[in-house]
Structures are given as C-alpha cells and as structure tokens.
Design a protein around this ligand. Structure first.
Ligand SMILES: Nc1ncnc2c1ncn2[C@@H]1O[C@H](COP(=O)(O)OP(=O)(O)OP(=O)(O)O)[C@@H](O)[C@H]1O
Length: 239
C-alpha cells in the first residue's frame, strides 16, 4: 500500500527527513513514533503529496500516480465548517469524496460515536468530538489507506479506547492499511501491529508490536524500549 524509498526533505539547512524508507501493507496498523521535531509530520505530508520530497520516492497502491480517492487522512488537526452540523459536514465530505452511498454518513457517525452529536453545529463541539468528526471524515469513504497524524489528540480515555478498536477493526476486518503517528506510546503498543521509530529524520528501527526489541532496561514496555533506543542512538536525549 505504502512504499516510501529514501525519502528526504530539507528546509534550508534543516534536514527534516533523511533517507527514510518504509512500507505499510494492507490490513496492517503501522505505529510511527518519534520525539517532537523527529520528522513524523513531514514524512506524513510527503506520503500524502502535500509536501514535495527533496529526494526519494513514494508509491501508493503500487502505482506511480496514486489514486487519492482510496486514501483517507487526518493531519494538522480536524477541520470542519463550524456553522454546519456534524451530519451536514459529513454529507458535504461524502459529496466531495464522490461516495455514492448516502448511508456512508450514518455509518461514519456511528463508527466514531457521534450519534448524540449528529445535529450539533461543528463549531460548538468539544475538542474531542471535533477530533471524532475529523476522523469520521477520514474514514467515511472506506479508504484502503488511512494516514493519521496524532489522531488521539483531544480524545478522552474512552475515546482513545474506541479509536483503538475502530482502527484495529478497519485494518483487520476491512483490510485497510493504516499509518498512525502518536506520542501515546502505551496506546500505540496496543493499537499497532508494527512500530517504526524515527529520530532526527532517520528511521532508527522497526519491530512487531508483539515482539519489542530486547533492552537492558529491566521492565520491557514500549516506553522503556523507546527511551533506550533513543538514548543509545543519541546520548544527549538521556539528559
Ligand atoms: N515548513 C517548514 N519549514 C522549516 N522547517 C520545518 C518545516 N516543517 C518542519 N520543519 C522542521 O523539520 C523538523 C521535523 O518537523 P516535523 O513537524 O516533521 O516533526 P514531528 O516529528 O512531526 O514533530 P511533533 O511531534 O512535534 O509534531 C523540525 O526540525 C521542524 O522544525
């Protein structure tokens, strides 16, 4: 689904992404982790064609020209028309996405737990429910590839657990390929099938979520492994 090769992005003297290669397969949730400024959003923007790479290439669906109608995404936070209701916003998305099935709107509302808010104006939603609306827009047309930058932002604990279930269902039952960036490591460990860690624009390592790399840090949860990998790679991160 996603095949990125040697992706590089430079902004003047800053190298935001440095020769990064990754693959995400159909039916897989790929957790993309890194510290602030590691290069996650820049990578995601290049995957989505929003930022032109300085070097390297991206192939989606094994095609040189991606079929964007098969892609859903949430980046730069959730955006909606504040004066329209949740339902109206999603109806607009359905038409823009050329999704032919009207019931797709109600399905997305239900999937993201927005039924109690369907007739509220988007501008009056809480941050978490606005985020749910952003996610509903991303999945409305049943994309084959879903790319989400920090999707759990603003969600309450129940929302985070629901999101985990939704993403895993979309991947494992519908075969959607999902790339998700997050800072909530414990949640990524439960949601993702495979995890990649990026630091200073470079992909340090990838591993299955069920088989964390061995580390000498005693308890082996993703947080410990993440910090140990960064410390080994970048001693000043320990300070
Ligand atoms: N448009 C831009 N112009 C200049 N530098 C940029 C631009 N976008 C990103 N950068 C720089 O590229 C690097 C990577 O930023 P990026 O936003 O991709 O990191 P991130 O991993 O998504 O961080 P965060 O977790 O804080 O969102 C940072 O040093 C950032 O300052």
């Amino acid at each position: 689904m996603i095949e990125a090769r040697e992706l590089t992005k430079r902004y003047g003297r800053t190298t935001a992404v440095d020769g990064l290669s990754l693959r995400v397969a159909s039916g897989e949730v790929y957790g993309f982790l890194g510290l602030n400024g590691a290069g996650k959003s820049t990578t995601i923007r290049m995957l989505l064609g929003m930022t032109r790479p300085t070097g390297g290439s991206v192939r989606l669906f094994d095609r040189a020209e991606p079929d964007w109608s098969r892609v859903g995404y949430l980046v730069d936070g959730a955006h909606a028309y504040p004066g329209l209701t949740v339902r109206e916003n999603l109806e607009l998305t359905r038409r823009l996405r050329r999704e032919p099935v009207p019931a797709a709107v109600d399905r997305a509302i239900e999937l993201l737990g927005l039924t109690p808010h369907r007739d509220r104006r988007a501008g009056t939603l809480s941050q978490g429910n606005a985020q749910r609306l952003g996610l509903a827009k991303a999945v409305l047309h049943r994309p084959d590839l879903l790319i989400l930058d920090e999707p759990a932002n603003g969600l309450d604990p129940a929302g985070i657990v629901e999101l985990r279930g939704t993403l895993r269902r979309l991947a494992h039952e519908d075969g959607t390929a999902i790339l998700v960036s997050s800072h909530i490591l414990a949640e990524v460990a439960r949601t993702a099938d495979r995890i990649g860690i990026i630091d200073r624009g470079r992909l340090l390592t990838e591993f299955p979520a069920t088989d964390l790399p061995r580390c000498t840090c005693g308890t082996e949860n993703l947080e410990d492994v993440f910090l140990r990998l960064l410390t080994d790679h970048r001693p000043e991160a320990a300070a």
